[in-house]
Design a binder for this molecule. Structure first.
Ligand SMILES: Cc1cc2nc3c(=O)[nH]c(=O)nc-3n(C[C@H](O)[C@H](O)[C@H](O)COP(=O)(O)OP(=O)(O)OC[C@H]3O[C@@H](n4cnc5c(N)ncnc54)[C@H](O)[C@@H]3O)c2cc1C
Length: 290
């Protein structure tokens, strides 16, 4: 798709093959660099850079990682590294707020070296922005809807976006059916508003909870690390989240998480987390949970 516009009840989409397509509804699911998002006017509250490699794993490495994942925090505020083994392939990456790519690349190199993943030639070596929407960001303009990364529906803390893309895609598909049959602009607006309300209701709560967790984590990674490594129920919650059995919103309502959030928000922001010194590491906060 190279361009789109709406006139009356018809959206016209142009492609780089020279095709011109007409539709009564369009869903933009074109990812984090979405052209449709620009048309709709999506606004972001958080933009991060994620760097990821996929490396082949020999038998010994695959065996070493079998049944494990690894998450690693610091040295950049709100950042983390991960190793997700997938049998004969291992995915490893790092993510942090956009704006310090040199430090993030250095973290990635160090992280991969520490876990002996620098040796094999990567099958993929990619870098992408991940974007989290502002709570007031639009989800539609006329008969054009956005879903998934195009709508910037991504978890603030884990930057998980696949389940958000699937769930918003499902809701957008249903909204598109209503748009196709909308007779006038009033029905068009009603269908688009309904989609926005559903997203805010179903996914908005999760994003708000993950925003709180992300804030807590950026303020005090040491607290989160201690909770995860010293308080077994906290680790089990994270394990359950990663397996898709619970959500950050549910975790944040547990008494333990509520206590941690209350303690964390009362603590002063560590000196090196204040503006102007993003790359230094707080004493005692470096950690790996796996
Ligand atoms: C490094 C990294 C690691 C991640 N790891 C995880 C993870 O472990 N778990 C998780 O849940 N999420 C993860 N995410 C986020 C996840 O990848 C996204 O949230 C998810 O893929 C969003 O799905 P989507 O369909 O909205 O967009 P995408 O998967 O980006 O798909 C968009 C599609 O639109 C196409 N497209 C783009 N522009 C146009 C155009 N103009 N015309 C036609 N087609 C177009 C693209 O080619 C692409 O096929 C990660 C993100 C990054 C960057």
């Amino acid at each position: 798709m190279t361009a789109l516009e709406q006139q009356g009840g018809t959206v016209t989409v142009k492609t780089n093959r020279g095709d011109t397509l007409h539709s009564r509804a369009v869903i933009g699911a074109d990812g984090s660099a979405s052209k449709v998002a620009r048309y709709v006017g999506v606004r972001c509250a958080q933009v991060d850079l994620a760097l990821e490699v996929e490396v082949p794993a020999d038998e010994r490495t695959a065996e070493r990682w079998r049944g494990r994942i690894l998450m690693d925090w610091v040295p950049l505020p709100g950042s983390f590294g991960w190793v997700f083994p997938k049998g004969d392939v291992i995915t490893a990456g790092v993510v942090a707020a956009r704006g310090n790519p040199v430090a993030l690349r250095a973290y990635k190199e160090d992280f991969l070296k520490r876990h002996e993943l620098l040796g094999p030639r990567p099958l993929h070596d990619t870098g992408h922005l991940t974007r989290c929407r502002h709570p007031d960001s639009p989800l539609a303009r006329g008969r054009v809807l956005v879903a998934g990364d195009a709508a910037a529906l991504v978890d603030h803390w884990s930057r998980e976006g696949i389940s958000y893309a699937l769930r918003s895609g499902d809701l957008a598909g249903r909204a598109a059916i209503r748009l196709v049959t909308a007779a006038d602009t009033t029905e068009e607006t009603t269908a688009a508003d309904h989609y926005g309300r559903q997203i805010n209701h179903d996914l908005g709560g999760e994003m708000r909870a993950s925003g709180s967790l992300s804030h807590l984590f950026a303020r005090n990674p040491g607290l989160l690390h201690t909770a995860l490594t010293r308080v077994p129920p906290m680790w089990r919650q994270l394990d359950s989240y990663i397996a898709g059995h619970t959500s950050v919103a549910t975790i944040m309502t547990t008494p333990l998480a509520r206590t941690a959030a209350a303690v964390g928000t009362r603590l002063p922001l560590p000196r090196n987390r204040r503006a102007g010194d993003p790359a230094r590491q707080p004493e005692g906060a470096k950690g790996t949970a796996g």
